[in-house]
Structure formats: C-alpha cells, structure tokens
Design a protein around this ligand. Structure first.
Ligand code: AMP
Ligand code: GLY
Length: 426
C-alpha cells in the first residue's frame, strides 16, 4: 500500500513510525513532514493546508490511504474533497469536524444532548461579554474562549474582572486570534485532573484507545502559559475501569450517536479533552484528530496494525477487530525552543541525538526540526519528543530524562515533572 501522511509534528512522525511497521505498507509520503519523518517516508513540499495539491498528488500517485494529522485540513473539508474523487482519507467529514472547528457549535451540541461540560454563555459583542462578566453568574477565575481555531492559544483563564475585561478586549476588539474572536465563550472554570480520551469511530461503533494525560502548561508544577502540550503519559493514572466506563457511556457514545442523528456522521478519531471533576468527568473540548503529544505514547503501546484500524474506520467496520495494546506504561516529554509558546528563535544546531537514541527503549519523534548536511536544526516551537515504554512509568521517565540530558540545543527547554502526580489545580 501507498500511504500519504499530512502534517509535520511529533504526532505525524509517531504515526509514520507505526505505519511503517505494517507489512501491508511499501511506501510512505509525508506532506510536508519533518527531519524525523525523512528517515521513514518521502517528504513532499506540500503544505498540510493545501488540499488541492494534496488531492492532485494522491490521485496521480494512486495513494491507497491518506492519514490527516492536524485539524485545519479536516475542518476545511479534506475528507469530503478526497472522497468525491474516490480517494480514501482517514478523518471526519467537514460537517463533523465542526465539533473542533467551532467551540460554540460544540457547546450548544453538548447542551442540547445533556453531555456534561462546563456552564457557559456565548457573547457576540464586547458589550454583551462584559455584561455577563459583571452579572456575577460566573465566579472568578473564569474562562474565555475564542470561537474558532487558534492553535490551542485562544483560551484565557482570567482570575479577576479586570483581567477578564482585558481578555474580552484582546479577543473581540484587538482580534488577537482574528475572526475566531467574533463570538466568544464565557465558561465556568473547572477544577480537577485533565485527561485525553481518544477513540476511533466509524460513525456508529466506537473503539476506545488507551487513556492518556497531557501536560498543557509550559513550566513545571502546571505553571506558565498554555501550550500545544509539553508531555503525555499513558495510561492516565486518574482513570480507573469505572471512570473509563462512565466516560464511554455518558460522554463518548452519546456524542457519536447524537452526531449521527443530527446528520453529522462522525468517522475517524475523536479526541475528547476532559476535566475529571469531583462531580464527574466533564468535556473541556472536542478535537477531530489524534492528540499531539498523546499519540506518541499511544503508538508505543499499540500492538495492532494501525493501517488495518484506519482502513476499517474509513470503510465503516471498526469493531470487527479488537485493538491490542501493550500493558506497559508509556510517556513522552517534549523539548521546545526557549520562549515557546511565545517568541522563540529557530535554526539552532541539535546535538546528542545519536547518543540519546541509543538508550534501550527510547524513541525520539521529531517535530520542529530540519536536516542539512547531516546535521539537525531546530525549526519550530516544539522540537523533539523523547518517548519510552517500560514496565513502570517511573522506569520510562528515568530513561526519558537520561536521554534528554544527552540532547542539547541553544535555549532548549522541557518540563522536569512529566508523569509525577501533581496537586489539584487551585
Ligand atoms: P481547550 O482548547 O478548550 O481544551 O482549552 C485549552 C486548555 O485550557 C484546557 O486543556 C484546560 O487546561 C484549560 N481549560 C479550558 N477550559 C477550561 C475550563 N472550563 N476550566 C478549566 N480549565 C479550562
Ligand atoms: N495535546 C493537545 C492536543 O492535541 O490538542
């Protein structure tokens, strides 16, 4: 089979790594990929958002399956476009991807179907937003969210009325995230542990993946600005069997079923971001794609052939095969450019990759990297994902941090507390 992977992050490198293990696959392309995918796939100079070019390429090269990593091409309708041309593409249709594309749609959907989530109000003007904030209906801290996609950065947690009013200015007046700020959500702040619950669905049936927990903030102890994700562990230490069943029954199944009833059949990966509160699990957000960095530890634990699973999903046959997982614990720590998620520099020489990858059990998935004359350079905010699966989480963490100590680039940053139990957010 010929596979085309769309995207350029650590998630896509991890997917390429797993896909390359399938005996059914003899050629992988990655558009645009990174310096890591280069060793497994042929990188193409096509952007992940250039649906027309991707389609032309897939058609010409007779690609058997296209796997889409990031949300933008999905919310722009890549699956619909490919299917109209008889090309198999793994992911939800545009109308279903709206669960991630519009936070307003997602919240109203959950409200309509009584799917547990934070209380909220939608504001379509700064005046209305400020009125709601002043009404006393939402105690502080309060959460403000831009409606559209803002690469995980359009969420503000405001600790006072002054901060919240400032946030409204940023989102709705200065339009820091562009048109995403036309509507905003004012949301109740939820306390608890976060978890990522990721499933495959063919639109009717659901096949859950092993659970994971991301670490969203930039610095140790859950401090600093929110990022795309600084590290992930699998399984989540906070989801036992009962909780798993509760999430599946009260959140995941109703989501898939109600989407189908609303004429928005959901086919592909559904990522449900959860807060595990004292009142039970509540949805923070839906994503219409694999998580990044959650995919990295998940791929280390996946024993089944991922190509079979994706093909069965596209062909609407998910539950015909159980997914097999390794019982080990897996983790991933993300090394970033200094300054990320704010301003950072690129083009720094990365040293020590060879030594680090020789540690038994270590897999390094690249994200923002570029290769030139056999040297690797930084080329983005999140640069490397150092991953390991081992008998215990602490064994895996030990190896990951040993490996990270061998890697170096100017202003390299990573969290030292991934996988340690943290106190509940105050
Ligand atoms: P989202 O993109 O909606 O998942 O938000 C990004 C991050 O902001 C989440 O992973 C949480 O860490 C935080 N967050 C979002 N909504 C809430 C909420 N209602 N209460 C507490 N934290 C939240
Ligand atoms: N790790 C968070 C995300 O993939 O959205």
């Amino acid at each position: 089979m010929k596979i085309l992977i769309v995207g350029s992050g650590g998630r896509e490198h991890a997917l390429a790594w797993k896909i390359s293990q399938s005996p059914r696959v003899n050629k992988i392309y990655c558009a645009p990929g990174n310096a890591g995918t280069e060793s497994l796939a042929e990188n193409l100079p096509i952007l992940a958002t250039d649906i027309q070019k991707l389609k032309k390429f897939a058609f010409k090269e007779k690609i058997d399956l296209t796997v889409v990593g990031p949300e933008l091409p999905l919310t722009h309708g890549i699956v619909d476009e490919f299917e109209q041309n008889n090309l198999k593409c793994f992911g939800p249709y545009q109308i279903a991807a709206e669960l991630e594309g519009s936070k307003v749609f997602a919240k109203q959907f959950m409200e309509r179907h009584k799917i547990p989530t934070a209380g909220f109000k939608i504001a379509d003007s700064p005046k209305q937003a400020k009125k709601t904030l002043n009404s006393g209906d939402f105690p502080f801290p309060v959460v403000l969210k831009a409606d559209g996609l803002a690469a995980g950065k359009g969420v503000l947690i405001c600790r006072s009325l002054r901060q919240a009013e400032q946030g409204v200015e940023e989102l709705m007046v200065e339009k820091k995230f562009g048109e995403a700020g036309r509507f905003i959500l004012i949301e109740e702040f939820l306390r608890g542990k976060e978890a990522s619950f990721i499933v495959l669905s063919d639109g009717v049936k659901v096949c859950p993946f092993v659970t994971t927990m991301d670490h969203k903030t930039a610095y140790d102890g859950d401090k600093g600005p929110n990022t795309g994700g600084m590290g992930a562990i699998s399984p989540s230490p906070y989801i036992n069997k009962d909780m798993f069943n509760e999430i599946a029954k009260d959140i995941v199944f109703p989501t898939i079923t109600r989407m189908l009833e609303e004429g928005r059949k959901y086919k592909g990966v559904l990522y449900v971001g959860l807060m595990l509160t004292k009142q039970g699990p509540k949805v923070l957000e839906y994503n219409c794609r694999f998580g990044d960095p959650e995919t990295q530890p998940q791929m280390l634990r996946l024993k089944s052939d991922i190509v079979d699973l994706m093909e069965m999903t596209v062909e609407e046959n998910v539950l015909d095969k159980n997914i097999e997982w390794d019982d080990k614990s897996a983790a991933c720590v993300v090394a970033t450019s200094g300054g990320y998620p704010r301003k950072y520099e690129k083009g720094k020489l990365i040293k020590g990759l060879d030594k680090a990858s020789k540690i038994k059990g270590i897999e390094i998935f690249h994200a923002g990297t570029r290769k030139e004359d056999n040297n690797y350079y930084t080329n983005g905010g999140r640069v490397l994902n150092v991953c390991c699966a081992d008998n215990t989480l602490s064994d895996a963490m030990q190896k990951i941090y040993d490996a990270l100590d061998k890697i170096d680039f100017e202003a390299m940053h990573f969290r030292r507390d991934i996988g340690t139990m943290m106190k509940e957010k105050k």
